[in-house]
Ligand binder design. Structure first.
Ligand SMILES: NC(=O)c1ccc[n+]([C@@H]2O[C@H](COP(=O)([O-])OP(=O)(O)OC[C@H]3O[C@@H](n4cnc5c(N)ncnc54)[C@H](O)[C@@H]3O)[C@@H](O)[C@H]2O)c1
Ligand SMILES: [Zn+2]
Ligand SMILES: [Zn+2]
Length: 375
């Protein structure tokens, strides 16, 4: 069938909406009518070329939610009409060392997530444009009115929940929240700095609140972001990491932050160098933000790192396990503990994806959301 989708033809480029051809689901796959798609900065990294992918044109979007419209043959457990959230770090095999230890986001099979083809059948695509294959972001492509995906990349959700809002659970919420809850080692009463208050950073603020951090310091050059950070639980806000580091030392007897989380939109080695200076002995620097994936050269003084017994922690999807953590997050949302509705600043029709990314760069949104079927 034909479907409307936002693609980048080549990089550097911008998302452009086209009609492309979508294949029916094969065994183990679902065709989904996408309800909503979160506008994560990572899809912009693909458009700028900072994050190279395996096949152009490329259909973007990895956060999202939708409704099953067709179930592939011999695909148990799914029915037409089921509501779901996409899990962009899935599908996962369930058998490798990482899956077996509860780290399905590190599954060996997910190594080709940015190739755009089927995770279990390299070279096999489900989208085409003028007869040429189109790569699918994380095998998902939520910037498309309809998409065909592996059933393992989907999590069923109750249909009484607002489906559009759940669209941001697959990346934005878990990545930020888990950056603190799962990756930072921060404890109740600790001092936590979050550098960069976009969709990811604001959820790190929520995570810091959930672990009862004592001092939650938000850093962003944009005043609107700092105002929002206060609403979500930040106790102090600063426009620069230098001021935040100085403040953290002033409230910890000169030691510094127990943990600093880097969630800057285009993270550079310079940001990492700056953030490193804010952590205390045995403190943790969590690196969540992405930029040029080939970048190197952050200044980490080795003596200070080694003799201060400090930790630098990478992170994909906040070290959340989708099958475990998305249902927990939904329960916290039902209980009023996790804010989701308040994360969405602006809703856009699919045709406005490029404008939505301009708004993101202009600092206008905590999170933008594409709503398909825009009335
Ligand atoms: N590791 C992962 O699994 C993972 C998952 C999702 C997103 N990401 C990455 O996380 C980053 C954040 O994503 P997002 O969607 O929240 O982006 P965003 O653009 O919405 O937010 C980034 C924020 O950083 C701020 N910023 C820019 N320069 C800064 C500086 N020097 N100091 C402090 N703040 C600064 C911006 O004003 C903005 O508010 C992106 O690089 C994205 O690709 C990583
Ligand atoms: Zn695996
Ligand atoms: Zn993302």
């Amino acid at each position: 069938m034909q479907t409307r989708s936002a693609i980048v033809h080549s990089v550097p480029g911008k998302y452009e909406v086209v009609d492309l051809e979508l294949e029916e689901p094969r065994q183990g796959e679902l065709m989904v009518e996408v309800a909503a798609a979160g506008l994560c900065h990572t899809d912009d990294h693909v458009a700028t070329g900072d994050m190279p992918v395996g096949k152009y044109p490329w259909c973007g979007g990895h956060e999202g939610s939708g409704v099953v419209v067709q179930v592939g043959p011999n695909t148990p457990g799914w029915r037409e009409g089921d509501h779901l959230v996409f899990s962009p770090t899935g599908p996962f095999c369930g058998r490798c060392r990482w899956c077996a230890s509860g780290y399905s986001t590190l599954c060996d099979s997910a190594a080709n997530l940015l190739d755009g083809d089927r995770w279990d059948e390299p070279g096999s695509f489900r989208m085409t444009l003028d007869g040429q294959p189109v790569g699918q972001m994380c095998g998902v492509s939520t910037f498309s009115a309809h998409t065909t995906v592996a059933a393992e990349a989907c999590l069923k959700v109750d249909d009484d929940l607002p489906l559009d809002v759940l669209g941001i659970l697959g990346c934005c919420v878990g990545t930020g929240w888990g950056s603190v809850v799962n990756c930072s080692g921060a404890r109740p009463g600790d001092t936590v700095i979050i550098m960069g208050i976009g969709g990811i950073g604001i959820n790190a603020v929520q995570g810091a609140k959930h672990i009862s951090a004592g001092t939650i310091i938000a850093v962003d050059p944009v005043a609107f972001k700092l105002r929002k950070a206060r609403e979500f639980g930040a106790t102090h806000t600063f426009a620069s990491i230098e001021e935040a580091g100085e403040f953290a030392r002033s409230v910890t007897g000169g030691h510094g932050a127990d943990a600093t989380i880097v969630t800057v939109g285009v993270t550079t080695p310079e940001h990492v160098s700056q953030a490193y200076t804010t952590i205390r002995k045995m403190g943790t620097l969590v690196l969540t933000g992405l930029g040029d994936l080939s970048a190197a050269g952050a200044r980490i003084p080795l003596g200070d790192l080694i003799l201060g017994q400090k930790r630098i922690q990478g992170n994909i999807y906040g070290a959340c396990s989708p099958g475990r953590d998305i249902p927990r997050q939904i329960q916290m949302y039902r209980d009023g503990v996790l804010k989701l509705d308040e994360l969405i600043t602006t809703r856009y029709p699919l045709d406005d994806v490029a404008r939505a990314y301009e708004d993101m760069h202009a600092g206008k949104n905590l999170r933008g959301l594409v709503v398909h079927n825009w009335a």
